[in-house]
Design a protein around this ligand. Structure first.
Ligand code: GLY
Ligand code: MN
Length: 489
């Protein structure tokens, strides 16, 4: 069995463009955690049922610091090992090593009989030398991982190495680090669990905050993800005629988008929301089991995740018939005005939360004009008021990147209270949601849900709408749908 195979290709891949960026990212973490061992697991395969796993997606912090995307690399762990200050590559205070399970030769048991990692089952995976060449990063066999994590763990005062871990990504690594810390505590008066919690919490926070500003490579990836998402929206519109005749028309739309996501990128960045009529008033309607009727608005909130794992997050609300009804158009244009106000408020140097204030002020004004708001606009937009939240209960913006809700562990003062800065990528996504059962509004509004969501890159000159290729105005949406349906005919 083990003989007479053509030799494996020994040629090493070129260094990937992301390698240099990932090195800068690691250096930023190294600067914050001098003298400490930093442990960042990729995560494990998750069982779907019996011997079938879900597709693997590494933890975003691991992807960010290694540059690995797609399905790399279950069970791998990146370790930043402290060294004498400034002695590492490019003056960093750590050496970085990626521990993973390399490709096993055809003479091994793994090759034939391991359905999770054997080449016969899942295809070839990289060798240590290949990933080292591609990522510009030292690599080591996963067999050496436990020693690398546990050696000399302890407080620096006693000559040990303090350790920080991204927790709840890999249970095995959590256990190994937990044991190492407990063993260290036996020999000394090591601090208690609450202090370990705080150490690990601070690491997650730092990794999240590192992603608040995207580098040039990341911005390119965001543009790729957005471009594929725009194509996915076009596919969804092409599928509308069939969707209108199908008992689960929302699924027809979801499927059309998904096909493009898999063809152009890795996956979806989050489950698609394809919500028609009343379902559009359910903020995270991902069941997508509903019909689409010609008089409905269809709210489509979807994003393609590129192979690098960066995702877009775009919403358009489309008239299923191709033409907005008068009340639908009125609501749509109010939401568009709110989005434009958010866009106008987004300038380098202003606060992230100013976008929400600007957008919701416009919504409160429209709701007042229509006689729906039970109080004045001033009262509604005051912190104690917020009556308009009955119809717009979510935030207007979130950071976007490797995660759809990126940077979620960042401190408030850097996120909601943070200053908009060149290199940030975030959404602007106001909406209005009038439920069928809402007896506080005239019947003509009920069953209308509208959200318009764009992906914004902040530059020194101001915000750039990365998703501008998808029409936003009511007329623009109608024209675009008409063009696509002509091409369909
Ligand atoms: N697109 C889904 C969300 O932002 O929550
Ligand atoms: Mn969003």
């Amino acid at each position: 069995m083990a003989s007479n195979w053509q030799p494996t290709n020994q040629e090493l891949p070129a260094r990937a463009a992301v390698a240099t960026y990932a090195q800068y990212r690691r250096k930023a973490i190294s600067d914050q955690f001098r003298g400490e061992r930093v442990v960042i697991p990729a995560g494990t395969l998750k069982v779907r049922s019996n011997d079938c796993d879900y597709r693997f997606r590494p933890h975003s912090a691991f992807a960010h610091l290694t540059g690995l995307g797609l399905d790399h690399e279950p069970d791998a762990v990146l370790i930043l090992e402290p060294i004498e200050d400034g002695k590492g590559d490019d003056g960093s205070h750590h050496t970085a090593t990626l521990y993973f399970r390399p490709l096993a030769g055809r003479d091994t048991e793994q090759f034939y009989s391991d359905p999770r990692s054997g080449e016969f089952w899942i295809g070839a995976r990289p060798t240590l030398a290949e990933l080292e060449a591609r990522l510009g990063l030292a690599t080591a066999h996963i067999d050496q991982l436990e020693t690398a994590i546990t050696k000399n763990v302890g407080s620096a005062d006693l000559g040990g190495t303090p350790i920080r871990l991204v927790r709840k990504v890999d249970d095995t690594i959590d256990a190994v680090v937990g044991t190492a810390r407990r063993n260290a505590a036996k020999d000394s008066e090591e601090p208690d669990l609450a202090i370990h919690d705080a150490l690990d919490e601070k690491l997650s926070e730092a990794l999240s905050e590192l992603r608040l500003l995207k580098d040039t490579w990341e911005i390119e990836q965001m543009k790729l993800a957005v471009a594929a998402t725009v194509e996915g929206f076009e596919e969804a519109v092409k599928a509308l005629p069939r969707a209108l005749t199908h008992p689960r028309g929302e699924r027809v739309v979801e499927g059309a988008f998904f096909a493009r996501a898999r063809e152009a990128g890795n996956e979806l960045g989050y489950d698609t929301i394809a919500a028609a009529g009343e379902n559009a008033t359910v903020l995270h309607w991902i069941r997508n089991t509903g019909r689409i009727d010609a008089g409905d608005l269809l709210l489509l909130d979807a994003g393609v995740e590129a192979d690098s794992l960066y995702t877009a997050d775009i919403t358009r609300t489309l008239p299923a018939s191709g033409i907005f009804g008068p009340v639908q158009r009125k609501v749509y244009e109010a939401v568009l005005d709110a989005a434009d106000a958010g866009f106008a408020a987004a300038r380098p140097g202003t606060r992230f939360r100013d976008i929400h204030t600007a957008a919701t002020t416009v919504l409160a004004e429209r709701l007042a004009e229509w006689g729906l708001l039970p109080v004045s606009v001033e009262e509604a937009i005051s912190p104690e008021g917020q009556q308009h939240r009955r119809w717009m209960p979510h935030g207007t913006s979130h950071h976007l990147g490797l995660d759809v809700h990126d940077c979620s562990r960042a401190r408030l003062e850097l996120y909601l209270d943070g200053i908009l800065t060149e290199g940030m990528v975030f959404t602007i996504e106001p909406g209005l949601y009038f439920k069928e059962q809402d007896l506080g509004i005239p019947a003509e509004y009920r069953g209308i849900g509208v959200r318009i969501e764009d992906d914004i890159l902040m530059t020194a000159e101001g915000p750039v709408n990365l998703s501008a290729a998808l029409p936003r105005t009511a007329d623009g949406v109608e024209d675009w749908m008409a063009r696509i349906s002509k091409g369909n005919a």
